[in-house]
Design a protein around this ligand. Structure first.
Ligand SMILES: [Zn+2]
Length: 91
């Protein structure tokens, strides 16, 4: 049996709100990846899962930071982070 995908309920690292992403598990997963790596990859992909056969990229989620300081952000916090980055670039 191959598990094709898994819907993960993820908690935002900033506001603690839940959102859902679809983790693709059927294709070649890089060697040594665990469940957290797959979830991080799905959040980084930016698509929130709304319902079966429905994904949206407009209010996309994201991953901020590097290494062990990664933050998984919900759509609202992603927008806030994007706005902060844009402001910093124009300062
Ligand atoms: Zn959030």
């Amino acid at each position: 049996m191959t598990i094709k995908n898994v819907i993960a309920h993820v908690e935002c690292d900033r506001c603690r709100k839940d959102f859902k992403v679809r983790m693709e598990t059927g294709d070649a997963i890089p060697e040594g990846w665990d469940l957290m790596d797959l979830a991080t990859d799905a959040v980084r992909g930016g698509e929130i899962h709304l319902a079966p056969r429905q994904t949206v990229t407009v209010d996309s989620c994201s991953v901020a930071g590097e290494g062990s300081g990664l933050e998984h952000l919900c759509p609202a916090c992603t927008q806030a982070e994007d706005a902060k980055q844009a402001e910093a670039e124009h300062a």
